[in-house]
Design a protein. Structure first.
Length: 546
């Protein structure tokens, strides 16, 4: 039995954590809390989790990266790519939510790998994510600095990198609820922007702009539904253009698994995390697929402006369409919201990285110093460790280093695919463990729909995307060592970590019969969550986080 399982077994009768003040109060005899939940404060409410789940699917990949996707694959290719990838991502979210509802512990899939597969894989995927966070956060900080340069170039980007780094550290070093409120606000801003852009796009497409005729679907006919990738003629070129979009779309959706990372800091996680997961698919349909559809109707895929990489609002297809229609204020609005998206992404990555590091320390895969928490219930040593790597952002102040840093960003993107594959694989092990032990899934706190098909679809789909992500280098005349390295380095890395730890520590794979599924079901039954309070009045109309 692992250290965390022993901690969970030693529950405290008649006590609970006061989430607002952090004090321990007397409660009913039948309420018990885990030792881990006495150290971390449950400050994330239902509305925080709901909006964090939504914010995780809306970011710079939608606002800025969509233009490049349209240019590479065409309108139909882009639409289908984002739709199919969204379906695969929904399978990942449903899988992690079912596990988190049963075992609401910080570190989520890193801890589940320990219980349902192999401690060595827990070590490997955990440190893989920690290294990813250490590189991804300075990347987001740098992106924020570039976005600010859209308005001013008289101040060095180093100043903005410093300011944004301090903001991210501050948000994550104090109350977890502060993080929740910041992400809640940013999510609202993103929703308002997306809805506004959809309305603007419809007005442009339907001829609502003076001096511009109705567009309809004319860009689907001319220049056409697909693009000949790299100029390769015929159906092969069109298929490769379509296939390329899967990698871009997968990276745009990265971060949705964050809803379960801070499960021990979420109020009523067995109810709120599944509720957020169930709505991911419909939000993906509305906020991503509908937005992609609108873009394909108002911007031609052969526009040279789509391939102009500025990393600011000027490369957004919505800005291109607005400028063509003579709407001047849109670039500033988009740039401001995308700036908050970069901050939001940095916050989420810091939360995920620090909690995974905390989870690794709990399982004995990292030094125990990372278990230390401050009086706000924040694992401050873990946050501080990852914060040190924000200094990598200063590398981008030199042109040669910026190229290298771009490769590191691609490495992080590949790491995200490895995480999704891991989540689906661990869930499948858990699912068939239930079958082997004769446990009906109706005994679980929450049983996700469409399983195990959703997990199988995510596992096979993202495995294929990972293996083919660098297919461009295998085309004659397109070989690039940097692209090959950044696309495939994470595959040997994860196995080196896995087998290195396995042979060193002599770990054994957990068999289907040995999985502690019944143990966690008993804990869940002994610690029921209070019934949900029904919404009244106008709150019944709230479709975002109610």
């Amino acid at each position: 039995m692992s250290l965390s399982q022993e901690n969970e077994k030693n529950v405290f009768d008649g006590s609970k954590t006061d989430m607002e003040s952090g004090s321990i109060e007397q409660a009913g005899e039948d309420e018990q809390v885990f030792e881990e939940q006495l150290q971390l404060k449950r400050g994330l409410h239902q509305r925080h989790i709901q909006m964090i789940a939504l914010a995780g699917t809306i970011g710079t990949g939608l606002f800025l990266g969509l233009g490049s996707a349209l240019a590479k694959s065409g309108p139909v290719g882009a639409l289908l790519g984002y739709l199919f990838t969204g379906i695969l991502v929904s399978g990942v979210v449903l899988s992690i939510a079912e596990l988190a509802a049963l075992i609401p512990l910080t570190g989520s899939y890193v801890r589940y790998a320990e219980y349902f597969f192999d401690p060595a894989w827990s070590f490997a995927i955990g440190w893989n994510q920690v290294y990813g966070a250490c590189v991804a956060i300075p990347a987001e900080v740098t992106a924020a600095a570039v976005l600010i340069s859209f308005w001013t170039t008289s101040v060095s980007n180093g100043v903005w990198i410093t300011i944004m780094g301090i903001l991210i550290i501050s948000t994550n070093m104090f109350f977890i609820r502060l993080y929740g409120e910041v992400e809640f606000t940013f999510a609202l801003l993103k929703i308002m922007l997306v809805v506004g852009l959809i309305i603007m796009g419809l007005c442009i497409d339907l001829g609502g702009v003076p001096g511009q005729s109705r567009l309809g679907f004319q860009y689907w006919r001319n220049p056409g539904p697909f693009v000949q990738y790299l100029g390769i003629p015929g159906s092969l070129g069109r298929f490769l253009g379509f296939w390329k979009i899967f990698s871009n779309a997968a990276y745009a959706y990265s971060g949705v698994e964050t809803i379960a990372t801070a499960a021990a800091e979420t109020k009523n996680p067995r109810r709120n995390i599944p509720k957020a997961a169930k709505r991911i698919f419909f939000r993906v349909l509305f906020f991503y697929v509908l937005t992609v559809l609108i873009v394909t109707m108002i911007v031609p895929s052969n526009s040279k402006l789509l391939l102009t990489s500025t990393d600011t609002a000027s490369q957004s297809p919505f800005v291109i369409a607005a400028n063509l229609a003579g709407i001047k204020v849109v670039p500033h609005i988009i740039n401001a919201i995308v700036l908050t998206s970069a901050w939001s992404s940095g916050n989420s990555t810091m939360l995920e990285g620090s909690r995974i590091l905390y989870g690794l320390a709990t399982e004995g895969h990292a030094p125990k110093i990372f278990l230390r928490t401050n009086r706000f219930g924040i694992p401050y040593v873990s946050v501080s460790f990852i914060s040190l790597f924000i200094a990598l952002g200063y590398m981008t102040l030199q042109d040669s280093a910026e190229i290298v840093f771009g490769w590191l960003q691609e490495l992080v993107a590949a790491a995200a695919l490895v995480v999704w594959i891991t989540i689906c694989f661990i869930y499948l092990r858990f699912y068939y463990g239930c079958k082997r032990q004769g446990i009906d899934r109706s005994e679980l706190p929450w049983a996700a729909p469409f399983q195990p098909y959703a997990a199988w679809m995510g596992f096979l789909g993202f495995s294929l995307i990972l293996l083919t992500g660098g297919f461009k280098v295998f085309i004659k005349g397109e070989w690039e060592v940097e692209t090959f390295f950044s696309s495939y380095f994470n595959i040997p890395l994860i196995f080196i970590l896995y087998f290195g730890y396995k042979f060193t520590k002599k770990t054994k794979m957990v068999t289907l019969e040995e999985m502690p599924i019944r143990h966690y079901i008993e804990i869940a039954n002994q610690n029921p969550e209070p019934p949900e309070v029904p919404q009244k009045g106008w709150k019944k109309l709230n479709i975002l986080w109610s």
